[in-house]
Ligand binder design. Structure first.
Ligand code: ATP
Length: 949
């Protein structure tokens, strides 16, 4: 299944809509829909008969035939927003409406005026061109953003386990067909609509369909027909198995599923804008307001001074249009989309643009241990039984190595191997030995095989009759087996302290002896010794069962301890540097693990999270004893904090408390019950390779390689995106001042004509500004992004510092262009009142103003590249796109100045080399002024703060 809804709430809303209630899952495949008996009411053998399936699963040939008949198990490709609607939206946006109305008025003015001035027509056409161009860019951006989102979704791995001809396989979920027998475990997303035929303690979360996230129990027995989602033996695509295990027969796939129908309704939901986009939209609207007011002001000032009415009206309108920051929203989405793409290239898939900006201000990362900081490549290296340690040799999942004195740990390893669901897959082609399922359990299987045991043969000898699956609250699991004599017994394995508390005996010298307090302490010391070496420790136990099939409590109490297994999981080599980067960046790392405190501390030391001799180590039970204020002071006090033996509920509580303190929290999670914490955090990070579908669904970011280092990289990239956005905003808004200032100055100085025409301003905005702004949005990550503390959560994009910089740069530009204009005009000696539009001096002067803005924007683009560092140190040529975009703008300006057809349109004149030299000198002055400002800033504040400019 490659498509899942990006936003579940919408699916819920759609499901709740009147008239969209789901139909009962009465269809069995390969049978006419209407006459089919409700599959829920059938007994298990009848389910197989009705679907053409079998307890061995489908034969591959039959599956292929059904695949041809039913098509892939995929949701229909739904274009999220219809292309036409997307296009229309570009023209109904506020800016577009303002511009369209302006264009219409200008056309009207051209039609009314006598004699008709071609300049008015040009302006009307130019405004229309702006609308079309802008709509084109906007459409292209949004369309490609939708496609990106789709392809990103498709990259999220989505497979399922299926029995085909009695062989368990892992298949892409799209290959599922009706009649297939799927094998499900807690944490799996249900890949199609199916009917349970086997269920152990199964519970499902139907939130995607009903909005109700409490787990509900599911069974395999027939039930009377009723509302489909409450049918206690059916599972639906898009929901999640949150507890237990089971097998289920598929009865509907792809679009035929309930989810498929609701997905189509949900798929048209509008996208949400990020706070950053909203801030920019608000700012853009304010600027549009200023533009409108300026236009009105100019009109009001110029009409009484005897200017022709229509001329003045058209002029004021042109100024207003020119000041509207047309390309801004599109530039912003491009910048965010570039961030998403860069993160994807560095193994971090971001599902929402929102996460890109939140990542930039992340102040705490709560991280798991296994798989994120370590490689999740478990190898049992030590066993302990009856007071004696046993070394195990060999590395990885190849069952090659030896167990010292294997005979005396046989029962321990037999129990460890049978009490689990992982499978060892032999090497195929270039693939080495692999584990299918939980790597902890895989490592135990490997150890058993090293001791000469054949887990499959052992399983056949004492088949499993029940299972109480692992969950991270109990921290243990158990299986019940039938012995050769027909009696029952249970095996259990789990975290040492948890399991030990359920044991009342220990196996010693081959017999069961009571577990005295002394003996308990000895076992705990052995576990601590292994954990202190950074090993993950599991205790293993057994109990005989007298009566019929036992309940969980019975199978997991009164146990006899068989021994301990310690497994090594090497740290990921890249994590140490990533941890150092977080330290420099002021991002705090809190390790949150279900593991033993000593294991956690040893691993934390290895990867550099802990450096002090006494880090704060707090366990789940200790957290329980803290009230909210106690938890707050714990989080406020200790810098090196390890939370161990915690459950997902603790994780959730810690995330909530951190957010309450104003932190921006990223939290990792892989299990089904991590979903609440993932949803609650600012950035929920799920594991792409090893995590469950539930976690991936709840997270906003999925790590393709599961590595902590990828989170750090994403934080750096998030910061860099934010910086880049700030850069082009400063760049764009500062030049607006330079466009406005000469117009206002001329108006108030009593100069009868405009120092820059509306068409010229549009040429600047669309010729010289858009491309450099885009290039600034794509600036490479600066090496120092991770050298300053995170940006405060509440920092506004248009902070006082940013506004100050816009005024500083814009002010210098404004002074420069006003100077060149009046210098030119005054040097000619012609009285102001005698100037006409065709006067060569006037044409030269307005050309100088336009070229002055273009040239100074070239230097401005270089200046805004750094916040406080000298651009000469950062490297002037670090962004070749920016230079190319700047040169394009200057080339265009030269064409406007020298090419006769363009001269006719823009009423410009050819500039002399000396003019260009003056403008270049003035641009260099702007850069120099910025360098002085940055130097002063560096002197005043030697250390950067929050990355503020
Ligand atoms: P980590 O931070 O290392 O990823 P976690 O938070 O995922 O750990 P859990 O998977 O909840 O921790 O495991 C908690 C403890 O439960 C482990 O330390 C181990 O002793 C035990 N345990 C883990 N997996 C199993 C399993 N499959 N069967 C039995 N016990 C297990």
């Amino acid at each position: 299944m490659s498509t899942r809804p990006a936003r579940r709430e919408t699916a819920v809303a759609a499901a709740a809509e009147p008239g969209t209630d789901v139909t009962p899952p009465a269809r069995a495949p390969d049978r006419p829909e209407a006459s089919a008996p409700p599959i829920a009411t059938l007994r298990v053998p009848e389910v197989f008969a009705a679907t053409g399936g079998s307890p061995r699963g489908l034969a591959p040939a039959e599956a292929a035939a059904r695949r041809a008949r039913h098509g892939p198990n995929e949701l229909p490709p739904v274009s999220r927003r219809h292309v036409r609607r997307l296009l229309v939206a570009q023209f109904t946006d506020l800016f577009a409406v303002v511009l369209l109305v302006s264009s219409a008025i200008t056309f009207l003015a051209y039609w009314l005026e006598r004699p008709r001035d071609p300049a008015t027509l040009q302006l009307a056409l130019a405004i229309l061109a702006v609308v079309l161009l802008n709509a084109g860019i906007g459409f292209a951006q949004e369309y490609s953003a939708e496609r990106t989102a789709e392809s990103l979704q498709a990259m999220v791995p989505h497979t399922c386990r299926v029995l085909r001809d009695a062989v368990r396989r892992e298949l892409p979920a799209r290959e599922l067909v009706p009649g297939d027998l799927v094998v499900l475990e807690a944490g799996d997303a249900v890949p199609a609509d199916c009917r349970l035929v086997e269920a152990q303690e199964a519970a499902v979360n139907n939130a995607a369909l009903t909005g109700e996230s409490d787990p509900v129990a599911r069974v395999a027995e027939p039930v009377p027909p009723g509302p489909p989602l409450q049918t206690r033996n059916c599972l639906f695509m898009g929901t999640d198995l949150v507890a237990g295990t089971g097998k289920a027969v598929v009865f509907a796939t792809g679009a035929a599923t309930e989810f498929g129908r609701i997905f189509r309704l949900a798929a048209t939901a509008p996208r949400q804008k990020t706070p950053l986009q909203l801030q920019v939209a608000v700012m853009a609207r304010r600027v549009a307001g200023v533009a409108l007011a300026t236009g009105a002001l100019l009109f009001a000032v110029r009409v009484p001074s005897g200017q022709p009415f229509v001329d003045t009206f058209v002029f004021s309108l042109g100024v207003m249009v020119a000041l509207v920051p047309e390309g801004l929203p599109a530039t912003l989405s491009v910048s965010l989309a570039i961030g998403v793409r860069r993160m994807a290239r560095r193994h971090a898939l971001v599902k929402q643009l929102l996460a890109v900006e939140a990542l930039g201000s992340t102040s705490v990362i709560c991280t798991d241990k296994t798989g994120t900081l370590t490689q999740a490549e478990m190898t049992v290296v030590r066993l302990w039984a009856d007071g004696v340690p046993h070394a195990v040799t060999g590395v990885g999942y190849a069952p090659v190595g030896e167990v010292a004195d294997a005979g005396s740990v046989r029962e321990l390893l037999r129990a460890a191997a049978l009490c689990g669901n992982a499978r060892l897959v032999p090497p195929a082609g270039r693939d080495p030995w692999r584990v299918l399922g939980d790597t902890t359990e895989g490592a135990l299987l490997v150890a058993a095989r090293k001791a000469g045991l054949d887990p499959a043969a052992e399983e056949a000898r004492t088949p499993r009759v029940a299972e109480h699956p692992f969950d991270s609250v109990r921290k243990l699991m158990s299986t019940v087996h039938r012995a050769a004599d027909g009696g029952l017994f249970a095996y259990a394995k789990g975290a040492p302290l948890e399991l030990l508390s359920r044991c009342d005996a220990v196996r010693s010298g081959g017999t069961r002896t009571p577990l005295t307090d002394d003996e308990r302490r000895r076992v705990a010391a052995a576990a601590d010794d292994m954990a202190g070496q950074g090993l993950r420790v599991l205790a293993v136990a057994r109990r005989e069962i007298a009566g019929p099939r036992p309940q969980v409590e019975e199978a997991e109490t009164g146990l006899t301890l068989l021994g301990l297994a310690g497994m090594y999981d090497p740290p990921r080599p890249e994590v140490r540097d990533a941890v150092d980067a977080c330290r420099r960046a002021g991002v705090r790392i809190v390790m949150v693990t279900g593991d033993h405190p000593l294991t956690a501390e040893a691993v934390a030391r290895r990867v550099g999270i802990v450096r002090e001799p006494d880090p704060t180590v707090v366990t789940g039970p200790q957290l329980d004893a803290l009230d909210d204020s106690g938890l707050d002071s714990l989080l406020a006090g200790s810098t090196e904090l390890l939370l161990c033996r915690v459950s997902p509920e603790h994780k959730m509580r810690v995330v909530t408390a951190l957010r309450r303190r104003g932190e921006v929290v990223a939290v990792t999670g892989d299990g089904a019950n991590d979903a609440p914490a993932l949803k609650h955090a600012d950035i929920g990070v799920a594991m792409g390779a090893s995590g469950t579908d539930v976690a991936r669904e709840a997270a906003v970011m999925v790590l393709l390689d599961d590595s902590f280092a990828s989170i750090t990289t994403a934080v750096g990239l998030g910061r860099s995106v934010y910086r880049n956005i700030r850069k082009f905003l400063i760049y764009l808004f500062s030049h607006n001042i330079a466009e406005l200032a000469p117009i206002l100055a001329a108006t108030f100085a009593g100069f009868p004509l405009v120092p820059i025409t509306a068409v010229q301003i549009l040429a600047i905005d669309l010729g010289s500004d858009v491309l450099p702004a885009l290039a600034l949005g794509a600036e490479p990550m600066e090496p120092d992004v991770m050298n300053s503390p995170p940006r405060p959560r509440r920092e506004r994009l248009f902070s006082a510092a940013v506004m100050g910089r816009i005024l500083f740069l814009g002010g210098i530009q404004a002074l420069g262009v006003c100077a060149v204009f009046f210098w030119h005009v005054n040097a000619s000696g012609i009285p102001y009142a005698d100037f006409t539009r065709s006067d060569p001096v006037y044409r030269e002067a307005i050309t100088m103003v336009q070229a002055g803005i273009v040239v100074s924007q070239f230097f401005n683009a270089l200046a805004v590249r750094t916040d406080r560092q000298s651009v000469f140190r950062a490297g002037l040529f670090g962004n070749p796109w920016l230079l190319a975009a700047g040169c394009f703008g200057i080339g265009l300006m030269a064409a406007i100045s020298y090419a006769p057809p363009l001269q006719a349109v823009f009423r410009t004149a050819p500039l002399a080399p000396a003019d260009w030299a003056v403008l270049a000198a003035f641009g260099a002055l702007l850069l120099a002024a910025e360098e002085v400002r940055k130097w002063a800033l560096r002197r005043r504040r030697p250390r950067p703060e929050g990355g503020t400019p």
